[in-house]
Design a protein around this ligand. Structure first.
Ligand code: GLY
Length: 340
């Protein structure tokens, strides 16, 4: 396997596109590695994990909390993990977040790598080094920015994913297209989920293009003082909706992107909302839902993107061009309430 090596502030990250989980042993010494995964991923891929030390967690965002971190750390101590140990997270965004966070604090930091198993993790969650946990209803409130040593992409792992999980990944892919990639937006308009699922080359191309798009943004602004904020398109409201309602991350972000597009009309004269909505629907994502905006706004006020009385909202000037747009919190709340 030939990696693409990307330099971040703390060192290089090796990206193995079109890799294979079966070849994990080429990237990390089996005897000095502990795998962190969840019960679903373990059940689907246990044949490929024979002979590895594995910690298996219960699946789901509800477990992305400090109690899980404490219990994994206790297990690592029992397993006598030391500074030579590599922790490898095999799973979706919850597992990559937990792995990156635990590996960053265990013994003040050990080597870690990711094998993302969901489309969302491949194009977004596994990339960028922000790894953390939720605190109550506040998502990703505690965490670190620390890059993995390697990322192993194995698109064949996606075969067992249900369609709703694919759609979650497309929420982030469409987000990337909206803020930075007009050409990919057009490509996505011209195809559909089923075609991409059945076309290995197109799928690999899409994964690589999106993983590298995100990487480029992160490399330019790893600690999120500017450009990286663009990746929050649809996420400000999205996160607030996600913590209050039974919606997946992708579904919540999809709704967040619709609202952000409407705010873009209002503040920047954006005229592509209909195209954004059509594309989200084309990939099985919701564009309307009934939720209590005042409940969502109370969470939004605690968002990490809030600076004093302003929120750095991500809006679209046009399809493929996102901008950071500070909006006074009061004005934002009024506008969102007006949108309903
Ligand atoms: N782990 C996701 C990110 O760094 O953005």
């Amino acid at each position: 396997m030939n990696p693409k090596k990307i330099r971040f502030s703390q060192g290089r990250v090796e990206y193995y596109f079109d890799g294979s989980l079966k070849k994990l042993g080429q990237l990390t010494d089996k005897k000095k590695t502990i795998i962190l995964t969840d019960e679903h991923v373990f059940a689907a891929h246990q044949d490929k994990l024979k002979g590895w030390d594995v910690i298996t967690l219960k699946p789901g965002e509800a477990y992305k909390i400090q109690a899980t971190v404490d219990s994994v750390i206790e297990t690592l101590i029992e397993m006598q993990a030391d500074r030579q140990t590599t922790l490898v997270g095999i799973g979706g965004g919850v597992i990559t977040d937990l792995t990156g966070y635990i590996a960053s604090i265990y013994m003040r930091g050990i080597r870690f790598g990711f094998v993302p198993t969901s489309l969302l993790a491949m194009v977004d969650a596994a990339i960028g080094g922000k790894n953390g946990i939720d605190v109550g209803e506040y998502k990703n409130m505690v965490g670190v920015i620390r890059q993995p040593a390697f990322l192993l992409f194995d698109p064949s792992l996606l075969q067992t994913l249900p369609d709703t999980h694919w759609s979650d990944g497309f929420a982030e892919i469409i987000k990337h297209a909206c803020i930075k990639d007009r050409s990919a937006f057009r490509t996505l308009e011209g195809t559909d989920l089923k075609t991409i699922q059945e076309n290995k080359r197109l799928l690999s191309w899409l994964i690589q293009r999106n993983a590298l798009l995100k990487t480029k943004v992160v490399v330019q602004d790893e600690f999120e003082s500017g450009e990286r904020k663009l990746l929050n398109f649809g996420h400000t409201l999205g996160h607030a909706i996600e913590t209050q309602y039974e919606l997946s991350h992708g579904q919540s972000v999809s709704l967040g992107m619709v609202y952000a597009s409407r705010l873009s009309e209002k503040f920047l004269g954006f005229n592509g909302t209909d195209r954004v909505i059509r594309l989200l629907e084309q990939y099985g994502l919701p564009t309307a839902a009934s939720f209590k905006m005042d409940k969502v706004l109370s969470i939004l006020r605690m968002d990490k993107k809030r600076v004093s009385r302003e929120m750095n909202y991500i809006l679209l000037e046009k399809v493929g061009k996102g901008v950071i747009y500070p909006i006074e919190l009061k004005t934002l709340e009024q506008e969102l309430l007006a949108l309903g």
